[in-house]
Design a binder for this molecule. Structure first.
Ligand SMILES: N[C@@H](CCC(=O)N[C@@H](CS)C(=O)NCC(=O)O)C(=O)O
Length: 319
């Protein structure tokens, strides 16, 4: 019961009642502001496809003309916000997502933020096999706990994948940093972007901080490996839940950075393979991300060969 109340409260916060954006209220059907390579957006795309909605037409993220704003039957309209071109650091996007992160979703004119709250919202709005377990309280609590842990470790993924994956590619220019600070005045910087980028760009984050984040993730994977040792298919039992959704996208990101799951956590790796074979993963998550995903994996393989990649860091700690 307590968990239910908490979930409802959290979700109310994730619905933006009076968006500053002039277009949000005009959007019909489902429109997703997302980026193909962003794990937080991938969770929502996975859920949309699990709910039977496919990827529809591509529209410029801030397009407000009637044709762009129209809905699409049985599909979601894709509004890509490129994190590489820094679309998320524009005034137009700040009007939609005041915290300057993807994803954001509009359903019939109502704006939702926070990826896992959106997943729960879609679960209720579109029915089908539930991602939020409803009938079994123990499974529901377990899935809620694992989801919460996934949210807590969101920053750890950022630290680890920037340090051992993206590296210099992700540094912001001075102008971008100023823009970020300026635009966030209407948001809460819930993701602590300012603090993170300042330290990351100046290379002033101590190595031990990165290592601590990696350790937290390793501990979670040890726990996942242990729970899968009873032969269950998914993290909380025999059914796919929101816990699988949040952890699968973290895992994909880490695999793209060279994390050696197969070697360190074989049961967890097999779980990931099961999820990644689902049509919702292949179409919703990978779809247009496939090429970039392969490029990241290739880069990680090279770095691992040179002994400077994430693989070595993990193997030193896990085995
Ligand atoms: N709690 C938010 C986190 C969103 C988030 O951090 N999104 C990342 C991509 S996974 C982002 O947009 N980052 C922008 C940046 O790092 O500059 C959610 O779950 O929706």
């Amino acid at each position: 019961m307590r968990n239910n109340t908490l979930l409802i409260q959290e979700r109310i916060m994730a619905l933006i009642e009076h968006p500053r954006s002039p277009i949000a209220g005009k959007l019909e059907g489902v429109h997703l502001f997302h980026y193909d390579g962003a794990p937080c957006a991938q969770r929502v795309r996975f859920a949309l496809h699990e709910k039977g909605l496919s990827r529809g037409r591509e529209v410029k993220f801030d397009a407000g003309d009637p044709v762009s704003c129209a809905g699409q039957q049985g599909a979601w309209v894709s509004r890509q916000v490129s994190l590489v071109k820094k679309d998320h650091l524009t005034e137009a996007y700040a009007l939609i997502q005041p915290n300057l992160v993807v994803p954001a979703l509009v359903h019939d004119g109502r704006l939702h933020i926070e990826s896992m709250d959106i997943v729960e919202y879609l679960d209720e709005a579109f029915g089908g096999a539930p991602l939020v377990p409803k009938n079994d309280t123990a499974v529901m609590e377990d899935a809620t706990g694992l989801t919460r842990l996934g949210k807590e470790l969101h920053r750890s993924i950022r630290f680890v994948t920037f340090r051992w994956g993206l590296r210099g590619l992700a540094r912001l220019s001075k102008e971008d940093e100023e823009q970020l600070r300026d635009l966030l005045k209407n948001g809460n910087d819930t993701e602590q972007l300012v603090n993170f980028y300042e330290g990351y760009d100046r290379q002033s984050i101590p190595e031990t901080i990165y290592e601590e984040h990696l350790e937290k993730l390793n501990a979670a994977f040890r726990d996942h490996e242990h729970r899968l040792s009873d032969g269950r298919d998914f993290l909380t039992g025999s059914d796919l839940t929101m816990a699988d959704v949040i952890w699968a996208m973290k895992t994909l990101r880490l695999i793209e950075c060279g994390y050696p799951f197969e070697q360190c956590f074989p049961l967890y790796f097999a779980w990931f393979q099961r999820i990644s074979q689902r049509p919702s993963f292949r179409e919703g998550v990978m779809g247009k991300h496939r090429l970039m995903s392969s490029a990241f994996k290739f880069k990680a393989r090279l770095e691992n060969l040179l002994g400077i990649g994430l693989k070595r860091e993990v193997l030193m700690r896990v085995t």
